[in-house]
Design a protein around this ligand. Structure first.
Ligand code: NAD
Ligand code: TDX
Length: 338
C-alpha cells in the first residue's frame, strides 16, 4: 500500500482530492490532516469518514508533534492546508504567516527525514505572480505577490523549492488558477454569489467588476495533481489553469441567469485594497505531461449552481447559524439580513 498524507483535506479542494484519490487509487491509504478551522468541516468528508482506506486526524500542520510522524510514514504528501481567503488576509495576516509559511516549514522539516517519501506536492497558486495585465504567466516568470495571502503562499512555494535544492526533498510545486465546484466555502465569489442569489440577497461586486479570473474546475485541478504525482519532475513548478478567463461582472450575470434572479441584485461595493486586476496562466508545461482540463466552464458552472441548490444542508448552517461567519460577513459587507 502507498501511504498518502493530504493536509487540508476537510477544505474545498483537499476534500475533492481525497474523494478522487480513494476512487482512483485502490492501493492508496489516505490520511487527512486538518485543523478544522472556520473553513474546514467534517461534514465535507462525511461520505469518506468510514472508508476503510481513509483516516482523519484533527491537527495543526504547524504542530510538529502531530505533523512530523504523519509525514515520516508517508510515501506521498499533498499539502493543501492553508489560510486561503485574500480578504481575510487583508483584515489580519497573522494566521496566514503561521499556517501557510510556518506550517509548511514544519512539514518540510519532517520531509527531510522521511524514509519512504517519493513526492511532496506544494499546492501553490497563480496569485504568486501578482497581477498580469496581459499575456499569461509562465513558471519561469518573476513572482510578485501583492497581498498578504499571496505573499505567504509565495514564501511557502519558494521554501518548498529550497528544500528540494538544499536537501533533495522530492518537491513539486503546482500553481493553480481560481477553482470552482462543490464544497467551496461560501465566502469565495462563486459560492457566495450563488447562495446569495438563491436567497435573493445582494451580490457585493468589488470595484468596477472588471477584474478577471481564470476558472478551473476543482476536479480538473485534482486530476492534474494526481497526474503530476506520477509524472512530475522533482524541483519543477507546474501551472494549472482552466483557460476560462472571465470578468467578475460577466461571471455575476451568468450566476444570475442560472439562478433566475434579476440583475438588480448586483450591489457595487468598495474595491478590495490592492485588488489584482487579472491572473492568467500558460499551462503548456502541465499539458506536455498529458494533462488538459476536461470540464467545460458553461457546464461546470451550471452543475455547481445545481450542487448548491441541492446541498443547502451543507451551506445554510454556515451562513445562517455560524456566529463567526456572520461576524465576518458583517465586517466585510455590513450586517446580513436576519
Ligand atoms: P479552503 O480554505 O477551502 O481549505 C483549507 C483547509 O485547510 C481547511 O480544511 C482548513 O481547516 C485547513 N487548515 C487551515 N489551516 C490549517 C492548519 N494550520 N493545519 C491544518 N489544517 C489547516 O482552501 P482551498 O480553496 O481548498 O485551497 C486549498 C489549497 O489550494 C490552498 O493551499 C490554496 O492556497 C490553494 N489554491 C486554492 C485555489 C482556489 O481557487 N481555491 C486556487 C489555487 C490554489
Ligand atoms: O464579495 C466578493 N466580491 C467580489 O467582487 C468577493 C468575495 C470577491 N470578489 C471578486 C474579487 C476577485 O476579483 O471576485 C474575484 C474572486 O475573489 P475570491 O473568490 O475571493 O478569490 P481570489 O481572491 O481570486 O482568490 C482565489 O483564487 C486564488 C482563492 O481564494 C485563493 O485561495 C486562490 O489562491
Amino acid at each position: 500500500m502507498i501511504d498518502v498524507l493530504v493536509t487540508g483535506g476537510a477544505g474545498f479542494i483537499g476534500s475533492n482530492f481525497v474523494r478522487h484519490a480513494l476512487a482512483a487509487h485502490p492501493d492508496w491509504r489516505v490520511t487527512t490532516l486538518d485543523k478544522l478551522t472556520y473553513a474546514g468541516r467534517i461534514e465535507t468528508l462525511s461520505d469518506v469518514m468510514d472508508h476503510p482506506r481513509h483516516a482523519f486526524v484533527r491537527g495543526d500542520i504547524a504542530d510538529d508533534v502531530v505533523a512530523t510522524p504523519l509525514v515520516q510514514r508517508s510515501h506521498i504528501v499533498v499539502h493543501f492546508a492553508a489560510e486561503t481567503h485574500v480578504d481575510r488576509s487583508i483584515a489580519s495576516a497573522g494566521d496566514f504567516i503561521r499556517t501557510d509559511m510556518i506550517g509548511t516549514y514544519v512539514l518540510l522539516e519532517a520531509a527531510r527525514n522521511a524514509p519512504h517519501l517519493k513526492r511532496f506536492v506544494q499546492i501553490s497558486t497563480d496569485e504568486v505572480y501578482g497581477s498580469v495585465p496581459e499575456g499569461a504567466s509562465r513558471e519561469t516568470d518573476e513572482i510578485k505577490p501583492r497581498n498578504p495571502y499571496s505573499a505567504s503562499k509565495a514564501g511557502a512555494d519558494r521554501l518548498a523549492y529550497s528544500y528540494f535544492a538544499t536537501y533533495d526533498v522530492p518537491v513539486i510545486v503546482t500553481r493553480a488558477s481560481n477553482n470552482y465546484g462543490p464544497y467551496q466555502f461560501p465566502e469565495k465569489i462563486i459560492p457566495l454569489f450563488v447562495t446569495n442569489a438563491l436567497d435573493e440577497r445582494p451580490l457585493p461586486l468589488y470595484g468596477d467588476g472588471l477584474n478577471v479570473r481564470d476558472w478551473l474546475h476543482v476536479m480538473d485541478h485534482c486530476r492534474a495533481v494526481d497526474l503530476l504525482i506520477e509524472r512530475g519532475v522533482n524541483g519543477e513548478t507546474y501551472n494549472i489553469g482552466g483557460g476560462n478567463e472571465i470578468a467578475n461582472i460577466d461571471l455575476t450575470h451568468r450566476i444570475l441567469e442560472l439562478t433566475g434572479r434579476p440583475s438588480s441584485l448586483i450591489q457595487p461595493v468598495k474595491d478590495r485594497p490592492g485588488h489584482d486586476r487579472r491572473y492568467a496562466l500558460d499551462t503548456s508545461k502541465a499539458r506536455a505531461h498529458g494533462w488538459a482540463p476536461q470540464v467545460d466552464f458553461v457546464d461546470g458552472l451550471r452543475e455547481t449552481v445545481e450542487w448548491y441548490r441541492a446541498n443547502q444542508a451543507w451551506w445554510r448552517p454556515i451562513k445562517e447559524q455560524d456566529a463567526a461567519f456572520r461576524a465576518y460577513y458583517a465586517s466585510q459587507y455590513g450586517p446580513a439580513r436576519p
